[in-house]
Design a binder for this molecule. Sequence first.
Ligand code: SAM
Length: 352
Amino acid sequence: MSQDIENQDISAALVASRQGQLIDPFGRTVSYLRVSVTDRCDFRCVYCMSEHMTFLPKREILSLEELDRLCSAFVSRGVRKIRITGGEPLVRRNIMQLFKGLSRHLDSGALEELTLTTNGSQLARFAAQLYGFGMRRINVSIDTLDPRKFRDITRWGDLAKVRAGLDAAVAAGLAVKINTVALKGVNEHELADMIAWAHGNGFDITLIETMPLGDIGGDRVDQYLPLSVVREKLSERWTLEDIAYKTGGPARYVTVRETGGRLGLITPLTHNFCESCNRVRLTCTGTLYMCLGQNDAADLRAPLRASESNDAVLQTIDEAIGRKPEGHDFVIGRSPGGSGTSLARHMSVTGG
Ligand code: SAM
């Protein structure tokens, strides 16, 4: 074989592997990218952030064009679903440009779903545009329907604004899933009513256990409410039926026979959901986390900014996927500082 033909074979093999999917050492295909587009938020939820957060300097944050380039690199490697999160994604300036840009991958069929996790505060402004850019489903985080309690939990939030946002989402044609963090002694006794409200409005709802991420200036052990306890309580009122429904996410689903609606339960601390993990997380600084509950990460910003070609970025992504761990190891109440936090970074950094 001549040197030329050998070189051609090698580059053909490289192209094939580059066009291939992202498969981790445990055989899991990574097809889902969650992107935190800002670490900033217009709320200060007590379990998520401290009241006085220091945010990242602007130069460290990827531009919208850079975010598009990275997302598109993942799409070229088989990512089929992108969720934009934060911080609060809808407070990032000109964020609609990113949705507009990424919608080309929906149009081409390369991307199956472009979706969003939001606190809903800006939805009234943006819901119709989001639908126009191909979005069909969104997650909206609401922990209580009591306006005063809402203000207490979010510190800065206005429930009326969020409800107006929900109305706008429905009017635009977006399917809504409500995400509710179960908080001991805070919304514990309201959860059944929230489920009834969500189902009554045609929304799915998922309950989430608090995860030990980031210093929040309080004690997480106080907030932690195991969903096993919640489920037992709900069972006194309703018939919960396990169903096989899966979204590729960490939630397990039940239907509530009496409401006919679907309820998701995300229990990172009482149930290990890692075996079917298909996702990685990108921060607004271009750091790729292969697991929400581990510190190992890869810097994609340096190779991104070093060259106009995506070769180095793709190589860094491949190496990172090659290190995706089998699972997380959150442990509440076992942090060195004693605050019940097992990872230093906040959820607003990695995205929820
Ligand atoms: N601002 C958007 C929102 O409110 O949905 C997106 C980012 S927020 C970090 C995403 C989700 O993470 C929210 O549902 C929030 O309640 C949840 N979250 C934040 N910190 C958490 C923690 N320590 N444990 C569990 N869920 C948390």
